[in-house]
Design a protein around this ligand. Structure first.
Ligand code: SAM
Length: 246
């Protein structure tokens, strides 16, 4: 998979790409992530990428020319190499809210371009002519699209086969089948008087699976009942083993 991130502030993006899962995925050659500095595509010697908004008002707007130049160059290179760009995604608070089904769908694509905005955002003509999808990472406003782009990249890349050591782990994560994940424990079995639920140490895989399913349902009911609206056909959960009181 190839992902291009287009930004006026490339330094914000680069650090996280060099750590943990993203770094390993890149080293293994499972994803090729490239960061492009919009200023390299500016036409003037001051490398200007923003300008005042027509109609007045506060804040600057990212100019169309450098964005068109950058994204059109990426598309032309991709066409020439035989792996055309699948989607040009603009990160924006007024886009569709990014969720796990969207991450799953995007992880199947071959080539994505992510555009990070800044200031008041990008000139609308960029959105009209170049962007194929607009994504928000939640109902709040950040200063730039770099962190949202990283959020989207991380969520997608961990789903690419071979990236996670244990693929089954991603399948049981929250949202993957509409429920939240079950609680997890590791050693020691007793810590400051708090004991790991006995069932998890029983070695009985069927009981463990039943406990986890019941916990997922309990937690989802408590925290995200909205997720259960489409899950009403599920059978009632088995009674769970109560963790001993500490
Ligand atoms: N004027 C825009 C609005 O109200 O919709 C907000 C612009 S914001 C200050 C600057 C940039 O940050 C945006 O162009 C976008 O790329 C990014 N951004 C901010 N919040 C975001 C969010 N919740 N999701 C995705 N991108 C976001």
């Amino acid at each position: 998979m190839r992902i291009d991130i287009v930004t006026a502030l490339p330094e914000i993006v680069k650090g996280p790409l060099d750590h943990s899962i993203l770094r390993r995925a890149r080293q293994k050659g499972l994803v090729d992530i490239r960061v492009h500095d919009l200023r390299d595509y500016a036409a003037d010697r001051h490398r200007t990428v923003d300008d005042y908004p027509f109609g007045g008002g506060g804040g600057m707007v990212l100019k169309p020319e450098p964005i068109f130049a950058c994204i059109e160059a990426l598309k032309a290179d991709a066409e020439a190499a035989g792996h055309p760009v699948d989607e040009v995604i603009y990160l924006t608070p007024d886009g569709a809210v990014f969720d796990q089904p969207t991450a799953n769908a995007l992880s199947l694509k071959h080539h994505l371009v992510l555009l990070a905005g800044h200031y008041k955002g990008v000139d609308q003509r960029v959105r009209d002519a170049l962007v194929t999808r607009e994504l928000s990472i939640g109902d709040y406003v950040l200063s730039g699209g770099e962190l949202p782009a990283l959020v989207v990249v991380d969520a997608i890349v961990r789903l690419i086969p071979g990236v996670l050591g244990d693929a089954a782990s991603a399948l049981s994560d929250s949202f993957q089948d509409g429920l939240l994940d079950a609680p997890v424990y590791t050693r020691p079995a007793t810590f400051r008087g708090m004991r790991v639920p006995e069932v998890l140490r029983s070695g009985d895989h069927r009981r463990v699976a039943a406990w986890r399913e019941a916990e997922r349902l309990r937690k989802t009911r408590e925290r995200r009942p909205d997720l259960l609206e489409e899950e009403t056909a599920r059978p009632a959960p088995p009674r769970r083993d109560l963790p001993p009181s500490s």
